[in-house]
Design a protein around this ligand. Structure first.
Ligand SMILES: [Fe+2]
Length: 386
């Protein structure tokens, strides 16, 4: 018997090579006359931002481009900077074109433009009382799934933590996914964001909040990562691999948007807040250890993860089959050149006390974990990952 579960996704998801060119028509459909486009300098350099502005212009929609997005943004980069610029532009549509940092900033800007206040006011669960101005999100990396989730993450310098605005009101009106705009992502970013997507898929598939609906997406996302991530890293111009990874990222995002992440993201956030390790790398460092720890909770689901990653599990005991899932993740991570230890990103044994404290504060995620996590469990995982 399955429990009551709510499943939310954007009102429209448009996916495919060339989807970016439809942004003007979508803006017009949403009744927009002036779009505030959040982007970054790299996308301007390779001409992607220009194509979006041109598509808007053909539909008579004016645009203001704001390309000063901070990577892994601090809360101050949203308010007053980008939100003030959006208000000053008089926009009636916000477009987030970029990776998770840009899309999360765009979510907050859309809310602040209509609802006022400061970004800090909305940090927490359910504090956004009404939707912001219409929002279109267009991912240019394959990993965060931010184009469909109800979360926007920001770095809070005063406490060295990442905190989230969580609300269904920040799920965009339209998610536009075009693999062509991901072709120029460098291999290291492809690798790290790809493993972030795999973390999303595995964590949501095994979350206490998993439902038959989220399982459909999460399991297919795991399979797609297994098939496409190595190729996308090895040859970024392989459009089939890029398309496979963008689809994996979307499906894994649908998984976490509805079932949440758990132990891997909970332990990875203090690596980002305290040591500024990037999101994808932080998760990839902890993914095999989190899976190893959680396997006990549901051997059959972890065996299915192994199978989805292409591991032969026929004839194996449930325990041995589940263990293959961890092994498959390790091999994938090694093959694509991701750091394998926390030591490689500058973490020392003396840092572990603070990491454990930071991880245990992530109750929003730990409540979804299928195995109870005590401080000594978090410590043991950090020690093994060092
Ligand atoms: Fe993530």
């Amino acid at each position: 018997m399955s429990k009551v579960a709510t499943f939310r996704i954007p009102g429209q998801i448009t996916f495919g090579a060339g989807a970016a060119e439809t942004v003007g028509a979508e803006a017009e459909r949403l009744g927009a006359t002036h779009a505030f486009v959040l982007s970054d300098p790299n996308l301007q350099k390779v001409g992607v931002t220009e194509r979006i502005v041109a598509s808007l212009s053909t539909q008579g929609v004016r645009s203001t481009v704001y390309a000063e997005i901070e990577f892994e943004p601090s809360i101050q980069s949203v308010a007053p900077a980008s939100a003030a610029a959006a208000k000053a532009s008089g926009c009636d549509l916000v477009i987030g074109l970029g990776g998770g940092s840009t899309m999360d900033t765009a979510k907050a800007v859309a809310v602040l433009t209509r609802n006022g206040g400061q970004a800090e006011d909305y940090l927490g669960i359910g504090l956004v009382k009404q939707r912001g101005v219409p929002l279109i999100l267009m991912p240019t990396t394959s990993g965060t799934g931010a184009e469909i989730t109800p979360n926007a993450l920001f770095y809070i310098p005063a406490v060295r933590e990442k905190r989230a605005i969580v609300s269904p009101h920040i799920i965009p009106d339209v998610a536009l996914l075009d693999p062509l705009v991901t072709l120029t992502v460098p291999p290291a970013v492809t690798a790290a964001t790809g493993l972030d997507a795999l973390s999303h898929a595995v964590e949501s598939y095994t979350s206490l909040n998993a439902s038959p609906l989220t399982d459909l997406y999460a399991l297919e996302a795991i399979r797609l990562v297994g098939v496409h991530l190595r190729t996308a890293v090895a040859n970024g111009s392989d459009l089939a691999a890029r398309e496979g990874m963008l689809r994996a990222s979307l499906y894994a995002g649908i998984g976490i948007g509805n079932a949440g992440t758990n132990i891997v993201h909970a332990l990875a956030y203090p690596l980002q807040g305290q040591h500024r390790v990037t999101h994808g790398v932080a998760n990839s460092l902890l993914l095999p250890y989190g899976m190893e720890f959680n396997a006990l909770s549901n051997l059959s689901k972890f065996a299915t993860v192994a199978e989805a990653l292409g591991e032969p599990i026929a004839g194996l005991s449930p325990r041995a089959a589940a263990a293959r899932s961890t092994e498959a993740c390790r091999l994938l991570s090694q093959d694509i050149g991701i750091p394998q230890t926390m030591g490689e990103v500058g973490i020392k044994a003396k840092d572990i006390d603070d990491l454990v404290d930071g991880a245990m504060k992530m109750t929003r995620l730990l409540v979804n974990n299928p195995r109870q996590v005590r401080p000594e469990d978090a410590r043991a995982i950090f020690e093994r990952a060092l």
